[in-house]
Design a protein around this ligand. Structure first.
Ligand code: HAX
Length: 423
């Protein structure tokens, strides 16, 4: 059903993009300052992303829906929404869930590779390597080698993406169980939705409804964040060389593994655990203020706070906080997260460096998944990756649909910039 829907929409999208180029190609819509060149291209409008947008004051909006209006949805509904711009009907959701379920079988060579990693390999390194290895299955690559028409690039990218999205929770759960000695792998369960199935395969918390609910929410909240962030942008650039979905996603996830990006959720819970350990329980406000200040004095960042785009509390953080308040209000780590929220922004404002002193999504997630049984913080970015595969693959499919060319901005030398400033 998803492919039929996209087939009906893509001609119009192509026409809109063609018209923009043909009729308005020379129109200037953005300028670049020296500060932006030196500052990681912050705010330079030079990418198209239709799956979602992130406003300074609004946070994540997926196809017109603020993320806080989507917290009860299933991840596969969000996948459909990102690709088509519409929420699916019940029948369409069921069809997509079943399609993903039918693609979930993982080839045996992946399990052999998984067993071969040194015991202390970081789970993100395992995930990225296994996705790259899974590239062996790429239908896009196979068809491209035979001579694929450009019009059909999106079709085989959709095929690869659905295969990949179906298999990534199975592989990610297997990494958890193997890397942390949790016993036999757990097979996906027929009839369960994508998010709950991942929760089921991780094999923690006796598969309670609350745990399933949290994992669905987690998968929805982290699914996309437009395309200028490190992981999505990297995947986009790699995909623009017509590398298939496996190569593209793996490349982006290597960026997500950085502490300033997705790894922040691991760093964040480590910080909370350190706090509790240091004070022998949830600290007082004053102890917490001192602890955070000490960290800043050492030149370290407070993980989970600040953002390259947002200038308000991340609504995804709010969604996680609301979940915690409802289901685990007495959890020691969750209480520490709430206290940090009351104190850290003021400390960052007083320090006067961070442009955004407010919490991002990573500030709360660790405390929730820890409560439900995932206590190995090194694993947290893998959870994020499984979710983000939805957005990254959706972006890749749409970019193939409109035939976006290879990405190739122009670089300049420091000397060129110096002379441009002086002239
Ligand atoms: N704690 C201490 N200092 C901070 C800070 C924080 N949480 N956030 C920003 N700053 C500092 C920066 O390090 C920078 O200092 P210098 O001038 O000495 O280099 C200064 O404030 C200005 O930075 P900025 O312009 O406000 O922030 P950037 O756009 O450069 O960076 C970051 C945005 C998210 C990387 C940054 O806020 C940070 O390091 N936060 C902590 C790590 C984190 O939570 N990352 C996850 C972000 C969300 C995400 O991508 N999740 O996947």
């Amino acid at each position: 059903m998803l492919k039929t829907k996209l087939s009906s929409q893509i001609p119009d999208l192509r026409e809109r993009v063609r018209n923009l180029g043909k009729n308005h190609g020379a129109k200037v819509i953005s300028e670049v300052t020296v500060e932006q060149i030196l500052g990681g291209m912050r705010g330079v409008k030079s990418l198209i992303c239709d799956t979602s947008e992130v406003g300074l004051e609004t946070g994540l909006i997926i196809r017109g829906f603020p993320i806080l209006d989507l917290t009860e949805k299933l991840p596969e509904e969000i996948l459909w929404l990102m690709l088509t711009g519409e929420l699916p009907s019940e029948a369409e959701t069921k069809d997509l869930s079943e399609d993903l379920n039918s693609r979930a079988e993982v080839p045996v060579y992946i399990w052999n590779l998984l067993k071969a990693f040194p015991k202390d390999t970081h789970p993100m390194s395992m995930l990225s390597s296994l996705i790259t290895a899974l590239q062996h299955e790429s239908k896009f690559k196979r068809e491209y080698d035979k001579g694929l028409k450009k019009d059909l690039y999106w079709d085989y990218t959709l095929e690869d993406s659905l295969d990949l999205i179906a298999k990534i929770p199975v592989i990610a759960a297997a990494i958890y169980r193997t890397r942390f000695g949790k016993g036999d792998l757990i097979k996906p369960k027929k009839g369960l939705d994508w998010g709950a199935n991942y929760a089921h395969m991780l094999g923690v918390n006796n598969n309670t409804d609350e745990w399933y609910k949290l994992m669905r929410l987690y998968m929805v909240a982290h699914s996309d964040h437009e395309s200028g962030n490190v992981s999505a942008f990297t995947s986009h650039v790699v995909g623009s060389a017509l590398s298939d979905a496996y190569y593209s996603l793996a490349a982006g996830l290597n960026g997500l593994a950085g502490p300033l990006h997705g790894l922040a959720n691991q760093e964040c819970l480590k910080f909370v655990l350190e706090l509790i350990d240091h004070f022998g329980g949830a600290p007082t406000d004053e102890q917490l203020r001192e602890f955070a200040q000490e960290r800043l004095d050492k030149g370290l960042v407070i993980p989970g706070y600040g953002h390259a785009v947002l200038r308000v509390t991340d609504p995804r953080f709010t969604a996680m906080l609301d979940f915690g308040k409802k289901y685990i209000p007495n959890d020691e780590r969750f209480i520490a997260v709430e206290k940090l929220f009351n104190i850290v922004p003021q400390i960052l404002i007083e320090q006067g460096k961070a442009k955004d002193p407010w919490p991002n999504v990573d500030a709360a997630t660790g405390s929730l998944v820890y409560h439900y049984g995932i206590k190995e913080v090194d694993y947290y970015t893998v959870l994020f990756s499984v979710s983000r595969s939805l957005g990254i693959c959706s972006q890749l499919i749409l970019s193939r649909a409109v035939g976006e060319p290879i990405t190739r901005p122009k670089s300049i030398t420091t000397a060129w910039l110096e002379s441009a400033v002086l002239n």
